[in-house]
Structures are given as C-alpha cells and as structure tokens.
Design a binder for this molecule. Structure first.
Ligand code: PXP
Length: 257
C-alpha cells in the first residue's frame, strides 16, 4: 500500500475582495473579514498581493492580515514584486512567506512567471534579505527547467509553479495543449523537489482544473483566489472553499489509491 501523501495545503488569495471594495472607494467588503471566513472554512493560509500601484490590497490590509494570521496561527503568504520598497515592507511585517512575482503596472493580473534567470542578481539579493528577516521565500515561476534551477541557486525555499497556461487551455477546450501543460507542470514539480525545493502551484485554478494539479504528488500547496471570490458571490465564500477543499482531497486520495 502506498503511504498517504501529506495533506495538500490550500492558501486562499483574498486580493479580489479588495478589488470590489476599491471599486467604490468604500471600506467594505473587508479583506480581513474574508480572511477570517477563509480560515474558518479550512484555509491553511492566507495569500495577499501588495501591488506597487495598490490597486487592491493596501498597506493597512497587510498590517491587519499579518495580525490576524499571527493570532490564528496561520501563515500569511505575501506576494510582492522584486523591488526595494516591497522588500523593505516585508522585512518590517515579517510574513511567514514572501512570494516574489513579476509585476507590470499595465497587466490585469500576474502574467507569466518571474524570470529568475534574467533577474538573477536582484532576485538573489531580495531572497537573501527576506530570508534574513525570517520569511520563507517562494519564487513564482513558469514550469521550466532553467527557471527552477535558477530558483534553487538563488536560495529560494519554495517554487510556486504558474498554472495559468494549463488552466487557460482547459477553459478554451484545447485538450492537446492542456495535456502538454500538465506534463510540463509534473516534470517541473519532480525537478524542483529533487533540488530540495518545496513545490506550490497556482493561478487561474477553478473547480474544473484543480484535480489534475492537486494530484501531482510533489505539490504541497495550492494558492487560489479569483475563482473562489467569484464563486462566493453565488454560494458564499465558505461553501466555495469547502467545495475546492473537497476536490483537492479527492484528487489526492485518487493519486495514492
Ligand atoms: N499564486 C500567485 C503567485 C499569484 O500571483 C496569484 C494571483 O494573484 C495566484 C496564485 C492566484 O491566482 P488566481 O487569483 O487566478 O487564483
């Protein structure tokens, strides 16, 4: 009998609660309340992206979310660009984890992974500063061998594999591309684990795409946001998270059965 694989963690990204709040310049809906509900619904951690343009999450949100996560004993995963300003904020806030992502002001969401090969010196310097401040550093990368190797060399503890291309292929009904993208994710996960990196995955995941990603045994954590916040409009945040959790658990059980 196979040993049961460790429980796959779910990090809930609450950025888009802030997107709705900011659309009217009001103080509701509160990302903090969403984080509380997510924890009550079984989220293993809270993820929030403090963008340079502060289009959704604000500095005050990060202060409040850090306090909540500390009180509730849940990790806060702070997504951030590789800039001195963001590294300074993370050094002060000391989140459990810092996930370095690429950021362009004109993009709608995080498009593509961080080019660790190209930005190697800056990523390595940021990684070292964050590590010294006690954060586990995760690099959000494409499922590419070069990026994973560079991530390990840069001193990261974790790589988060960008699942956007796989999820987009599934949504567009392009089975051949979805198969290729999933195979790339699997290969990358094996390579990353062999290099001693913890493997996370995220971006664009919904109910239709979660199971094949969750079934990759090397993946320890999924970070999911936009779909859950959208689904919450119809069924409530706790029900949406519970359904995602159930699909993740079923996929994991199937993978080890
Ligand atoms: N992981 C990372 C590193 C991200 O940048 C994002 C998007 O902010 C996510 C996960 C979550 O993606 P989505 O909101 O599409 O579920």
């Amino acid at each position: 009998m196979n040993a049961p694989s460790p429980r796959l963690r779910l990090g809930v990204n609450i950025d888009h609660v802030a997107t709705i709040r900011n659309a009217r310049g009001e103080d509701y809906p509160e990302p903090l309340r969403a984080a509380e509900l997510a924890i009550a619904a079984g989220a293993d951690g809270i993820t929030a992206h403090l963008r340079e343009d502060r289009r959704h999450i604000s500095d005050a949100d990060i202060v409040a979310l850090s306090d909540l996560c500390r009180r509730r004993g849940r990790p806060l995963n702070l997504e951030m660009a590789v800039t001195p300003e963001m590294v300074d904020i993370a050094v002060v806030r000391r989140p459990h984890a810092a996930c370095l992502v690429p950021e362009r002001r004109e993009e709608v969401t995080t498009e593509g992974g961080l080019d660790v090969v190209k930005a190697y010196d800056a990523v390595t310097a940021a990684t070292h500063r964050l590590r010294e401040a006690g954060a586990r550093v995760s690099l959000f990368v494409e499922a590419s061998s070069e990026q994973i190797m560079a991530s390990a060399e840069a001193g990261a503890a974790v790589v988060e594999l960008h699942t956007g291309a796989y999820c987009e292929a599934v949504r567009h009904g392009d089975d051949a591309r979805a198969g290729r993208e999933l195979a790339r994710l699997r290969t990358a996960a094996i390579q990353a684990q062999a290099l001693g990196l913890e493997v996370h995955a995220g971006h664009g995941i919904d109910y239709a795409t979660v199971k094949p990603v969750a079934a990759i045994p090397e993946v320890a954590e999924l970070n999911i946001g936009h779909f859950l916040i959208g689904e919450a409009i119809f069924v409530g945040l706790q029900a949406a998270i519970a359904q995602m959790r159930a699909l993740m658990d079923a996929a994991r059980l199937g993978a080890t059965a």
